[in-house]
Design a protein around this ligand. Structure first.
Ligand code: CTP
Ligand code: CA
Length: 223
């Protein structure tokens, strides 16, 4: 019997995807997080698998599950955990796509017991989290590295700076200005910018369709 899977464009390729938010603990019952649902990253993982890739999806807290059996999910909570998981799988990956909304800062001290309220106001000191994507850019060899950029002003300029700073091959610029785009929405308005700063604006479309466009960029890279 013919092996139809052998004809898929990403057959034999290993794709690493990050998705979802990270939660940074304050104490045993509280955390700092964000509104990311993970949908964009899960759709990318499913689309890559549909095209024949072997996919590792490193996901922060999310209610979603991949649809495709060729997506292996590794569930993490904090940036530190996501960082470790990414570095565990990056060396053997051909492609890495960072769709996670990683917390830029975390509480400097994590209380071992629930923090009790007092009459005084309360301040949480924050320290910087490592930039996972930039750390992968520093060590990348054969990998095709794709990042996202969420901007609200000077979007193109800021996204170009991220390409350079993180050593990316492609960035997906997310416009929050657009009504149909962003957290919890089924649609996204993106612009692709490649390492030569070529711009490709994409019309508003579903996250599944944006995922397909992103995976087509990967397929074209190997074509
Ligand atoms: N990213 C990451 N690790 C971090 C922060 C961001 O891997 N600690 C990745 C995201 O997954 C995304 C890209 O970096 O692919 C850009 O994230 P974004 O928040 O837009 O940019 P930052 O570099 O964090 O800068 P800022 O939030 O100040 O715009
Ligand atoms: Ca950020």
């Amino acid at each position: 019997e013919a092996d139809l899977s052998a004809t898929l464009p990403l057959q034999g390729k290993k794709v690493l995807v990050t998705a979802g938010p990270t939660y940074e603990p304050i104490d045993p019952v509280r955390f700092i997080g964000n509104h990311s649902t993970g949908k964009m990253g899960y759709d990318i993982a499913d689309q890559a698998a549909k095209m024949g890739a072997q996919v590792i999806l490193i996901s922060g807290p999310s209610n979603l599950a991949p649809k495709n059996n060729n997506v292996q999910v590794i569930r993490v909570v904090s940036c530190e955990q996501m960082y470790k998981a990414c570095h565990q799988y990056f060396a053997t990956s051909d492609v890495a796509i960072a769709a996670a909304a990683v917390a830029d800062y975390k509480p400097k001290h994590v209380a071992s017991e629930k923090i009790k309220k007092s009459d005084a106001d309360f301040t949480i000191e924050l320290e910087k989290n490592p930039d996972i994507l930039a750390s992968l850019g520093k060590i990348k060899k054969q990998q095709f590295l794709i990042g996202f950029a969420l901007e609200t002003e000077n979007e193109i300029e800021h996204a170009k700076q991220k390409i350079t700073k993180k050593n990316l091959d492609l960035i997906v610029l997310n416009s929050l200005k657009d009504e149909g785009a962003g957290f919890g929405k089924p649609t996204n308005k993106v612009t692709f910018i490649d390492a030569n700063f070529n711009l490709e604006p994409i019309e508003l479309k579903s996250k599944e369709e944006v995922a397909a466009d992103i995976i087509n960029k990967v397929i074209n890279h190997y074509a």
